[in-house]
Ligand binder design. Sequence first.
Ligand SMILES: Cc1cc2nc3c(=O)[nH]c(=O)nc-3n(C[C@H](O)[C@H](O)[C@H](O)COP(=O)(O)OP(=O)(O)OC[C@H]3O[C@@H](n4cnc5c(N)ncnc54)[C@H](O)[C@@H]3O)c2cc1C
Length: 466
Amino acid sequence: MISRRQALVGGGAGVAVVAGSAVAVGVANREKPEPAAPPSTDGKGHTVWRNWSGIQHSYPVQRSAPKDEAELAALLKAGPAPIRVTGAGHSFTGLCATDGTLVSLDAMSGVVGWDGDEATVWAGTRLGALGPALAAKGRAMANLPDINKQSLGGALGTATHGTGRTLKAIHGDVTALTLVTTGGRVIDCDANTRPDVFNAARVSLGSLGIISKARLTTTANRRLRRRVWVEPFEEALEKGEERWKTHRNFEFYAVPFTGLAANISHDETDDPALDRGPDQDTAFLDVLKTLRNLLGFSTGARRAAAKALLGGAKPETAVDEGWKLLSTERPVRFNEMEFHLPAETQLAALKQVVETIEKHRPDVFFPIEVRRIAPDDAWLSPFQGEPRGSVAVHAYYRDDYQFLFELIQPIFVKHGGRPHWGKLHSLKGPDLAALYPRWNDFLDVRRELDPQGRLLNPYLKTLFGL
Ligand SMILES: Cc1cc2nc3c(=O)[nH]c(=O)nc-3n(C[C@H](O)[C@H](O)[C@H](O)COP(=O)(O)OP(=O)(O)OC[C@H]3O[C@@H](n4cnc5c(N)ncnc54)[C@H](O)[C@@H]3O)c2cc1C
C-alpha cells in the first residue's frame, strides 16, 4: 500500500505521462482565464468590496468599524442605507453587497466573559481566534466548519455548520445574544426574554439588526483522531449511514468521474498528538484538475487514470485538539451550492447529482461534500425541526457555475432541500416560505425591528420583500 501523499506525488508523474499523450492527440485544456476583476474604485472614488470567491462586489459609500454597542447603535440609526454587516466576506450570495454602509465588527472581537462553561463572545471574533481563546480555559466549540476564517456573526448569519449526527450547526449552541437594531435599540434576548427575537435572530442573514455578541455553550477541549481514507463511491454510499452513527464527526467527498470517495472521520481519543503533515488536499485537487484537462474527453480513461493514481492510497491519521483539526485551509478558490436535505433523501439526491454531472458536465472536477447535521429550533435554520444531510457541489473559480442553477438545484429542490443561506441558490421568498413553517413569524419580527427596510439590499429584498 502507498500513502495518499505518495500517491499524489506519484500521481504528478503519472499525470505528466498522460499529459504527453493527451497533448499528442490535441486535447484542449479546458481551463479558462480568470474573469476580469471589477475596478478598484467607482467613478466617485469609493473602494470596491468583494467576496472571497470574487463573484460579488459593490462600492459602499461608507465603511465603519464600531468599537462598542453604543457606536454600533448610532451607526445603525444614521448610516446611509442599505446597511450591511460583513465578517470575512466568505458567503457566495449577494448578502453583504451595498452601495450604502458596510459595517465590520473587526473591532468588536474576543471573549467578553464566562458564565460557567458558557462563553459570551463578540460577534466580530473569527472562529480561528476563538479556538485558542476557549482552549486557554480547557474548553472548545462542539464543532467547526471546513475553514475557520469566518466571523462568529457571519457564521450565525448563514447557519454555518460542520458535520456530525449529534452535532448542531454553530447557532444551535447559542443560548443568548444581543441584537442592535436600526432604531438604535440594544436587545438582549434568550429562550425566556424576547424569545421571538431569539428564535428569529440566531439565523437572520443580518436582516433584523446586527448581532453584537452571543453566549455559546462549549464542550471539553478533547483531542480527536482524524482518519482520511479513499474507497469506491458505492462503498461510501452503502456505509455512510452507519458511519454517521458511529463517528463523532463523519463526512465524505464523492469524486465525480473517478468512482471513488474520500472519507473523513474524527473521534475522541486520549492518544498523544500526531502531526497531520503538510496540506495534501491541494495536490489531490491538482491531480483531479489535470485529469479533467487532459482526459475530460473520455470518462472511461479519466476513471481508470484516477483509480490508478488515487485508488490505492493508505489511510492517513492525525491526532490533535479538535479546534486544530476540524477546520483546514482551502487555498483553491471555488463557487459553491449546498442544500440541506431530509436525512432520508440525502444519498438518493447525491447519487442523482453525481450521475447528472458525469452525464452532462465533464468540466467538473471538484469533489462533492456530504455531511450530516443535528436539528435545532431557530426559525430560519435549514436544520429546523429535523436532522438534515447536506450535499455541496463546487465549481473551480475559473469555471462556469451556471450548471449549479440549471442542473443541480432542481435535484435538491425535488428532494426537499433547503439552501445554505450563504451559498448559491436562486430561490425567492415564496419558495422559501414553503420550506420554513415559521417564515411569516420571522417576517413579522423583521418588520418590527427594521420597519423602514434599512437593512435590505436588492438581494435580500428577493428573499424578504420590502
Ligand atoms: C472556503 C469556504 C469554506 C466554507 N466552509 C463552510 C462549511 O464548512 N460550512 C458551512 O456551513 N459554510 C461554509 N462556508 C460558508 C461560510 O461559512 C458562510 O458563508 C459564512 O456566513 C461566512 O462567514 P463570514 O464571516 O465570511 O460572513 P459574511 O459572508 O461576511 O456574512 C454572512 C452573513 O452574515 C451576516 N452577518 C455577519 N456578521 C453579522 C453580525 N454581527 N450580525 C448579524 N449578521 C451578521 C451578513 O450580513 C451576511 O448576511 C464556507 C465558505 C468558504 C468560502
